[in-house]
Design a protein around this ligand. Sequence first.
Ligand SMILES: C[S@@+](CC[C@H](N)C(=O)[O-])C[C@H]1O[C@@H](n2cnc3c(N)ncnc32)[C@H](O)[C@@H]1O
Length: 231
Amino acid sequence: MRRTDVIQSLLKKQKSPAYLEIGVEHGQNFFLLKAASKTAVDPNFAFSFKEKLRWMYKNPYNLSARYYEMTSDKYFETVGTTQKIDVVFIDGLHTYEQSLKDVLNSLNVLKENGVIVMHDCNPPHKAAAYAATTKEEASTANIPGWTGEWCGDVWKTICYLRSTRKDLQVFVLDTDYGLGIITKKGQAETELLTNTPAQIEAMTYEDFDQDRVQILGLKNKEYFSTFLETL
Ligand SMILES: C[S@@+](CC[C@H](N)C(=O)[O-])C[C@H]1O[C@@H](n2cnc3c(N)ncnc32)[C@H](O)[C@@H]1O
């Protein structure tokens, strides 16, 4: 089960779903999805006009898709302020600061029963969790064990939300580099983690690795069908 399957299953729950993807690159996920309204945001789309046309033919849901070539911050400031969204997929800049901003901005446009999915919450090893300001910086930093996989410190955003936001339901599915799931349902039965923002800032990969199941609220992928039934 990969990100596209999870997102499509969530979209299927709605009659006429609105989908927003932050960080689209080649459109490997975006172009495949079926949703009445599709919005793509990326400062550097990595596909040609011809590819976009080809995908309109292959998947007619792309005919009415909207493309905003800009950062997520710019998008939320200028364009994405009114339309309410059913499913947001956050997969832009993989830093703690930016991924947290993307979640907070997405919550403002998320429908009450909507779902945010965030990629790269469960880095497979230390090199993939390297905290850099861009992927280029990480890939040229001569990090021991670098494989080209980059999740950055997005995991800290999950830790922050699970430590501070009782009004949100937050957990991570253990598949496809960790798919964070965030809803407005609240974590009533779950105790918040006890980390302060300053402690989260200071946490290392080793701290995370020792306790990742608890920090992420990590669930095996089979749990996704149970979660779907709650929506
Ligand atoms: C890992 S790729 C996205 C992959 C895509 N979501 C998929 O599933 O195939 C990350 C993308 O985020 C984009 N990005 C980087 N900074 C961004 C920002 N501030 N706002 C939105 N997108 C950003 C990059 O240009 C890159 O194309």
